[in-house]
Design a protein. Structure first.
Length: 276
């Protein structure tokens, strides 16, 4: 099966002492008040249509870097990586594996894609590999990436476009290490690439007269918008983003299922650059 019923996901989380998908997140998704009991959630899980995909998200950290914010208060609401993906159709089972990886960047203190690939191969934990009914994503927090042709340093990157098996956030960038909203949003954005989402899948919406940008929009687009940063940030996945994550063929979503930008005809109708 490519999806798991949320009820089964809850059982697995409760059995797992490392659990990071919290009852608070599930309560928020189902629109229930707090405090909430397991009985309440199980009752909701029995309702028709409550089916989610599920995925490990292994997070490793280089020495001197930090874990992505567990919670971020923004627009008078608390947000987490789990909440963002849960509302878009994926239950994330987040595992912090290593938090003190030696700095392997060399004298320039920046990483190339090849160096990130090597780091992933050396440190990714096989215990969190994909199964028949659970995907597996990987995020590493390091210092910086090599600059691009214009001398710019990215905030994050999916460095494996052939198989979509690895993403990184660069905490050496001042915008990441001084703004937790940017840190959380960048992590969610780069993981979205690993699930085969693209910048063009990002949309905008109006909230209280403010133009908001969904997760897959680039940070520079938000900064250059009429709303600016942080007012223009929308910590949600839009309709197309959510449809892809929850409904497109599993091999077109799961990391390792195929190259970046290979999907189906519906996705191709949204924007160019998609191969079917």
């Amino acid at each position: 099966m490519s999806v798991l019923n949320v009820r089964e996901s809850i059982r697995k989380v409760i059995e797992n002492p490392w659990r990071f998908v919290r009852l608070r997140s599930l309560a928020k998704f189902f629109g229930l008040s707090q405090p909430i009991s397991l009985k309440d959630i199980i009752s909701k899980c029995n309702e028709p249509g409550q089916v989610h995909r599920t995925a490990f998200l292994e997070i490793d950290m280089m020495q001197g870097t930090a874990f992505p914010p567990d919670e971020q208060l923004f627009d008078n609401r608390l947000h987490t990586l789990q909440d963002l993906y849960l509302q878009a159709g994926i239950v994330l089972d987040i595992r912090l594996d290593e938090n003190n990886i030696p700095n392997l960047a060399g004298a320039d203190n920046t990483y190339s894609d090849a160096e990130l690939d090597s780091l992933t191969g050396a440190h990714r934990n096989p215990s969190f590999k994909a199964t028949d009914n659970k995907m597996s994503a990987y995020l590493v927090v390091v210092t910086r990436h090599d600059p691009d042709s214009k001398g710019n340093f990215p905030l994050g990157k999916m460095f494996d476009t052939k198989e979509r098996l690895g993403t990184a956030v660069f905490q050496g960038e001042p915008f990441i290490n001084t703004d937790n909203l940017a840190f959380l949003r960048t992590a969610a954005h780069e993981i979205g690439h690993q699930f085969n989402l693209h910048h063009e899948d990002g949309t905008t919406y109006n909230e209280g007269g403010t133009l908001k940008h969904t997760i897959m929009n680039q940070t520079a687009v938000i900064q250059g918008s009429i709303s600016k940063w942080p007012a223009g940030v929308g910590l949600i996945f839009g309709e197309n983003e959510s449809k892809h994550l929850s409904n497109h063929e599993i091999d077109n979503v799961r990391p390792g299922g195929g190259p970046f930008s290979k999907c189906n005809s519906e996705h191709k109708s949204w924007h160019s650059g998609i191969t079917v």
